[in-house]
Design a protein around this ligand. Sequence first.
Ligand code: X8Z
Ligand code: ZN
Length: 636
Amino acid sequence: MKPILTTASVLAITFGLAACATTASSTDAENAALIEQQSGWTAQASSGVSSSSSDTYPATAEGAAAFIASAETTMTELLERAARIQWTRATNITFDTMWLEAKVNAEVTETQVRLANEAARFNDVQVPADVRRKLNLLKLAIVLPAPTRAGAATELADITTRLDSTYATGKFNFKGRTLTLDEANVLIAESRDPAETKALYEGWRTVSPVMKADYARMVEIANEGSRDLGFADTGALWRSGYDMAPDAFAAETDRLWAQVKPFYENLHCYVRARLNEKYGDAVQPATGPIRADLLGNMWSQQWGNIYDVVAPKTGGASSYDLTNLLTSSGYDATKMVKTGEGFYTSLGLAGLPQTFWERSQITRPRDREVVCHASAWDIDNLDDIRIKMCTQVNGDDFYTVHHELGHNYYQRAYTGQPILFRNGANDGFHEAIGDFVGLSALTPTYLNQIGLLKTTPGADEDIPFLLKMALDKIAFLPFGLMVDRWRWDVFSGKTTPDQYNAAWTADMLKYQGLVPPGPRPADAFDPGAKYHVPGNTPYTRYFLAHIYQFQFQRAACKQAGWTGPLHRCSVYGNTEVGQRFNAMLEMGQSRPWPEAMQAFTGETGNDASAIADYFAPLNTWLTEQNRGKPCGWSST
Ligand code: X8Z
Ligand code: ZN
């Protein structure tokens, strides 16, 4: 069970974060007081207490423990059954598999909401801290709650399965060919013809207008469910999973963004100038926002694919082209996954089970519709771990393989925890594990060690390498923020359905400094063309992961005794680092996330200084390149 990143329902069953519980024994009220003292948060009351459990589980510490034991048994059975059905639908989308999935997802939501409400019976009961944490998790783990009225969970599940399947099966016409998203992704990465990139950008967005009405209805139902659980709206529920008050969490993301924004603006300025040089004023003006389709990615979220367009002009050195290295070395999809596994085993972690290889979907099957967006699954919460990808032999998917395996290794590390704690310390941690490994796996040193690069480049290649990394990692930051900024406003009602697309475009401009290649049609629903929106995967996790992975990298390299520049450090083969890293993973969600962070890094907070350390030489270089150029853009 608990696949990381697939449908709403799947996410609904990945447990979120509980409130901080540092006392050995506490009531909900004491717990709330403690958190309030630490973070200014006031716990929200739950309502809708079911009477069915009151006879079975008295409002005592023993009653609470028995209730939790029973909830854990219920969820263990239900989540495994649900995951097997969800896997079946995601790897074979038909009317019947959608029907089956919607049915089980409705059952999961109903059960979760019932358990969350029943947990509220113990709000004023003195219980051990781990029981309190589990009681809280029962509520916070629900991604899209339904209200308890008859039919609501079924309507919600029908909508979410339909949204996810519509995205997965989306196709459009391009130059007389019918393209899937994975084909379009390759073309937009490689094309340097602005007419083509515009057609690809706009073409893919023809799949989503049909989703808009469903999406708006889904927001209504989930908000009703969230309010029943005591949250202001679904966005507030999502922001409550970080061991701090939801408003404090939003402020924390603002703080982190303010720390990294100057760097993003520096990169934006440099890239805009180079695009202007290549395409001319008519395509890319020298000032103002960047045209979104010119950046080598369907959502302009990672820009590394246009490295060739923006590569430094002086010095002669260039960053390696990983896609070329993989294809010229005869890699196929399976070899890429085996290589990824090899990195994890070099850290002293066990190899993947045989069933991983038998049951994973590594490439797109030709005979049926599937969800291609990459995900990692833990079907039975024990050892039936799998990935589901439509892997292509290129640099992007080399990164994605390491990313997905990070999820699987986390899942396997925390199997020793009770089921309600088998999850990431917070969702950003889950996304950061594989990304951290990827930081080593993309170093020239490592690529040389595994025979992909013939030589290890010298210091003159540092700037090209860092530029390539920044195009992916720094460019991602505002995107990582804006997806949920848009959704938070939608869930709060600030953005109404008639404003959906205009608000999305405005957020692109505000955070990323980007504009679509042309006016958007009146029926456009561009957010629906990004997987995580119809898939209902909260997205701030990726923003956090882009901060955390550098904190992990800095700590790991320090443990390894590395004294060189951070971006050249690889922990490949370092079993000591592996052991300490795994100790953090084994904690799962059993403790507030700062404790997990501390266990590995010695730090207790979100800290953007590590990403700044990693990219420091590039930031200096970019400032130099941008000298005398107008930077920034206006958001109005
Ligand atoms: O969705 C993913 C992973 C699965 S959790 C492939 N990522 C985000 C995206 O593709 O938008 C990884 C980076 C950001
Ligand atoms: Zn992921």
